[in-house]
Each structure stands twice: as C-alpha cells, then as structure tokens.
Design a protein around this ligand. Structure first.
Ligand code: NAD
Length: 348
C-alpha cells in the first residue's frame, strides 16, 4: 500500500503516467493480472457493499457514479457514455476514479480511468470467457471496432488463447484502425464487410457497438449452437444490441443482477427469466459451460467491483513502478479544527 508521509498528498495517476504504466507492464500482462484481481474479488462477492450505479440520463447519453466497498477500502468511478461523442471528435466513454481507506476516509489513489476502463472491461470479458467459451476456441468475431475493440481482442488472446480476430464495423475506417493496431500486436486479423461474414467460424462473438437505442447488431439466425457471446455495448436502459430471440436460446450470465436488469440485454425479458450470476460460477457454486451445443451469453454492463479491482491493481502497480505524481488534494491543517487558520496563514 502507498503510505505517503504526508497523508494530505494523494498518489495521482495521470493519463501520461497510465500510458507509461501500460507500456512498462504491457497491455496483455496488465489485463491478465487484472483478471486475477477481479476473480479474487468476485470470489469474496458477499463481503462487498453493492448497489446499481447511480445514473443521470440525458438525450445525449449518461453520466454515472459507480461506488463499492469491501469494508477496508472504498472505491468509485465517474464515467460517461455518449454514443454521439465519437462523431464530434470526443470519446464515447471517459472516466476517472478514487480509492480510499474506509478507516479514516482519506483517498489513497486518484487515477484516470478512461484507459483503465477499457483494460478492466476487456479483463472482465476474458475472465467470463475462461468459464463460458467452448474448449479450444481460437477465433473471435468482433462487431464494433471502436475504442474498446483492441483491448477486448488482446485480453482474449492473452487469457483464452484466441489468435484470429474477424472484425466488422458499420464504419470501415474503424475496422481499418483496429486491423492496423492488432496486426502491430502480432495477431491474425480478418476485416469483414458484414456481421454475417464476421461470425463465420467464430467460437466467440463480441458485440461492442455504441448506439442509444434497442439495436439489432446480431440477429438470431446468425448465432449457431455452441458459441459464446460477449455482449459489451448494451449497457443502458433502452440501449441493447441483440435480438431477443438470441436471449431465449442462450444461458445468460450476468455481473450484478439488480443493475443488469436495468441496463443489460435482459432488460427486454420477463423478470422471472433464469439468469446465472458470474461470481457463482467463479466460486464453483454454479456451472459455466456444460456442453458444446450450449449458447452462452455474458450480458456485460460493467460493475463497480471490476473498477474496485482495477483500482487495487493500479495502486499496487504504481507503487512498484513509480508512475504517479503526488496530488495536493486534501486540506489537512496540523490542528484539524483550525481549517480557517490555514487560509490566514496562506495569505501571510
Ligand atoms: P466507440 O464509439 O469508440 O465505438 C463504437 C463502434 O461501434 C463505432 O466504431 C461504431 O461505428 C460501431 N457501430 C455502431 N453501430 C454498429 C453496428 N450496428 N454494427 C457494427 N458496428 C457498429 O465506443 P467504445 O468506447 O468502443 O464503446 C463501445 C460500447 O461499449 C459502448 O456502447 C459503451 O457504452 C460500451 N461499454 C461497455 C462497457 C462494459 O463494461 N460493458 C465498458 C465500456 C464501454
């Protein structure tokens, strides 16, 4: 744990330092390590204080706060989701977050989380695929080739041994960008011109598109027996990616049901439809994939505990690598009651 001598100074990981950290450790290793952190936290699921994220919706998108605590540490993330941003030259998703000591409430880490969210989302996808994808899977279709795409591909390569990525996006420029980046990472890439072409021979189908509506990125006839669907992009009320018929043919795995019923693909189903909590699979209380004909669906929305695990991971990693600055973040006078005196002394 980082324990600066002056507790008012908080370790801060800027975008610049996050880039240094990712290049220092390597994105593949980072996401594999993050899988271990997330798995460890999912195994102690019941010790966490859990709540669906607090979302402020607008016509353009959503701004959310995602808090959780294990009783010793408290973490939260601020994150937005604005599908129209990309066309205006902004990120669809940006984020920052804080980790704090429960014992005194003081922050112990403040960090950018736009890059970290992409890493943790991909690590969570790969963790789910470890339990749900068919044995020996080598090929993934990636529908939606935006900001999250390469992270998803690299985590699946590192953790699940996927070596071929079939890419499709309604915007060919996005596919071109993702192909270029993934080829540079030594992966086999097949750019495709339709979702039908992309899913050919794929054992895993990842949908990662951004559109604020009930879209149909995948229709039922495209999904064959035995595949694993990793559905990332449907993560808001009124924002889904899959035709409902696919859900009826799948075994559906979720993060935190209270949140997924509001935000996930399952928002279109009756509330008594069976779903399986991923943490129960990871802790051995429920089965993941049981046969090679089963369609498994990870209805990912992104849950606060994954951010908490990522924050723990960054706290440990920057301590070892030194990629952080100290931020003058807390007003903390020597005499805790003399807050006003601090202002007077500063003016002298
Ligand atoms: P982005 O805007 O950078 O990329 C989205 C891509 O989807 C774009 O390239 C766009 O052209 C493409 N697209 C849109 N409709 C399509 C369609 N019908 N078929 C194929 N491609 C289509 O966004 P991003 O940062 O990559 O995020 C993608 C989605 O993932 C967003 O909806 C975001 O909210 C979600 N997300 C989820 C999690 C999670 O934990 N589940 C985490 C981060 C982001």
């Amino acid at each position: 744990m980082i324990l600066p001598s002056d507790l008012a100074m908080v370790p801060f990981v800027s975008v610049d330092n996050m880039l240094k950290l990712v290049n220092h450790l390597g994105p593949r290793r980072m996401m594999a390590d993050m899988v271990d952190y997330i798995e460890a936290d999912f195994k102690r699921w019941e010790t966490f204080d859990k709540t669906p994220r607090v979302a402020a919706h607008s016509l353009e998108g959503v701004i959310e706060l995602m808090p959780t605590s294990d009783g010793a540490l408290y973490g939260f993330k601020y994150v937005n989701g604005h599908p129209a941003n990309m066309k205006r030259g902004y990120q669809t998703v940006t984020a920052f977050g804080v980790l704090a000591e429960v014992a005194n409430g003081y922050p112990v880490l403040f960090t950018e989380m736009t890059i970290l969210t992409a890493l943790r989302t991909a690590a969570t996808s790969a963790m789910a695929a470890k339990y749900l994808a068919p044995n020996g899977a080598r090929t993934m279709a990636m529908i939606g080739n935006g900001a999250q795409c390469e992270f998803q591909a690299l985590a699946m390569a590192e953790v699940c041994g996927i070596d071929t990525f079939r890419l499709y996006d309604i915007d060919p420029m996005a596919t071109e960008k993702a192909s270029r980046n993934l080829l540079q990472q030594g992966l086999t890439v097949v750019p495709c011109e339709s979702p039908e072409e992309a899913i050919q021979g794929a054992e895993i189908i990842t949908t990662c598109t951004a559109d604020k509506r009930n879209a149909t990125v995948l229709t039922d006839n495209l999904v064959g027996a035995g595949v694993h669907i990793n559905a990332i992009g449907g993560d808001c009320p009124g924002k889904t990616e899959l035709h409902a018929d696919i859900l009826h043919r799948s075994d559906i795995f979720v993060e935190f049901p209270d949140q997924t019923w509001i935000e996930g693909e399952i928002q279109v189903l009756d509330k008594d439809h069976p779903i399986i909590e991923l943490w129960k699979v990871i802790s051995g209380q429920e089965q993941g994939r049981v046969n090679d004909r089963q369609i498994t669906l990870f209805d990912s929305v992104g849950f606060a505990m994954e951010d908490f695990s990522a924050l723990r991971y960054v706290r440990d990693s920057v301590q070892k690598t030194g990629h952080y600055d100290m931020l003058d973040m807390l007003a903390d006078p020597d005499d805790p009651r003399d807050l006003f005196g601090m202002i007077q002394r500063a003016s002298a």
